[in-house]
Design a protein around this ligand. Structure first.
Ligand code: UT7
Length: 334
């Protein structure tokens, strides 16, 4: 809880990048045993985007350039770049370094943050804390994932779910205490590690012919197990942050959920007492883009005029780790 603080971090700009190549359900029908009807009814997904022409840093940098174009932010003004991703270009250097170089942010430092589907929330909270110290004026927080790089397109359990995208926000100190990030509740529970993970490539299972043959460099997910905890985790934390801040459903303009499954999103909204018109949804077009889903859907709603200054938002996510959390903020851009 940070209501009494003098400096509040406000989102003052947004940017996004979605690749042009579309992978629709019809195409997936041609490569695995699945069908459009099953995918739509079980997940809400019709299509997803695939970034064929470059790595995660390329999408991330493009989303920051879009943010700069729409706000007038100059590269040299950026103090800090935080990139939430589980698909970094390489183990090192950090994707943040590659983004910094690509956009020419010569006065910035930065780092990557691995929070899977909750990565953007963790990075937003981290960025907000830097702003609140008073030492940082312009923090860029990016959620970017090239999930197609770690998806096994012979596994129908996972290949239907994920897509590629990046989206970025600018955090600045607010002039008015009304707008910005008011509160957050964030959690990790590593006992869930084997329900959703990539087993190979790290120090546990360094890459060998055997790890490649055994497909350890792809996403593994026990969908049913994750579904159960995600429904409970997302709904519980959303209700908890509402109660903690004395918010009724009528006080909230939008729920901004991580886009993993429309059924999980619907269950969360129902527990919060929110109608469908108060839930930001774009999963149908992009699938699950991991760290990118939340900034991407906020950017689209803002740019289409649906998200307005003064709107109260509850952001919520659940993902691998397990990781989960919620952030309460008031939108501060005209
Ligand atoms: O973002 C990070 C967090 N991740 C999540 O939140 C994802 C959580 N999990 C889910 O969203 C869902 O569990 C899935 C969408 C992954 C799967 O949906 P489900 O309703 O849990 O299906 P299921 O895994 O229980 O499978 C039901 C049936 C099975 O057949 P049998 O055993 O009943 O004969 C599956 O083999 O559907 C079958 N199935 C498919 N059928 C057609 C599984 N995948 C497919 C498919 N197409 N792509």
């Amino acid at each position: 809880m940070r209501n009494s603080q003098k400096i509040k971090a406000v989102i003052t700009g947004v940017g996004m990048y979605v690749p042009e190549t579309i992978l629709d359900n019809k195409y997936l029908e041609s490569i695995v045993e699945t069908n459009d009807e099953w995918i739509k009814t079980r997940t809400g997904i019709s299509e997803r985007r695939i970034h064929k022409s470059g790595p995660t840093s390329d999408m991330a940098a493009k989303s920051v350039l879009d943010l700069m174009k729409s706000t007038g932010l100059r590269a040299e003004e950026i103090d800090l770049i935080i990139v939430a991703t589980v698909t970094p270009d390489m183990f090192f250097p950090a994707t943040a370094c590659l983004v910094q170089d690509a956009i020419g942010a010569k006065n910035a430092w930065g780092f990557d943050l691995s929070g899977a589907c909750s990565g953007f929330l963790f990075a937003l909270e981290t960025g907000a804390n830097f702003i609140e110290t008073g030492n940082y004026k312009k923090v860029v927080v990016v959620g970017a994932d090239k999930m197609s790089a770690i998806v096994d397109y012979t596994d129908r359990n996972t290949c239907i779910l994920f897509g590629d995208a990046a989206s970025a926000v600018l955090l600045e100190p607010g002039e008015d205490n009304k707008y910005g990030i008011h509160d957050s509740l964030l959690h990790i529970d590593g006992s869930g590690k084997e329900s959703l993970y990539m087993k190979g490539g790290g120090s546990l299972n360094p890459a060998t012919h055997e790890t490649v043959d055994n497909k350890l460099h792809y996403i593994y997910q026990d969908g049913k197990a994750v579904f159960k905890v995600a429904v409970k985790g997302m709904a519980d934390i959303s209700v908890e942050i509402m109660k903690k801040n004395n918010l009724k459903s009528e006080d909230i303009a939008y729920l901004v959920p991580h886009q993993a499954n429309l059924r999980i999103i619907d269950a969360t909204a129902e527990r919060m007492g929110l109608g469908k018109d108060k839930v930001m949804i774009n999963i149908g077009k992009y699938g699950n883009t991991t760290a990118a889903t939340i900034p991407l859907v906020m950017t689209e709603y803002y740019r289409s005029g649906k998200l307005k200054k003064g709107d109260n938002l509850i952001l919520v996510a659940f993902g691998a780790g397990f990781t989960w959390g919620s952030i309460y903020l008031t939108w501060g851009i005209d």
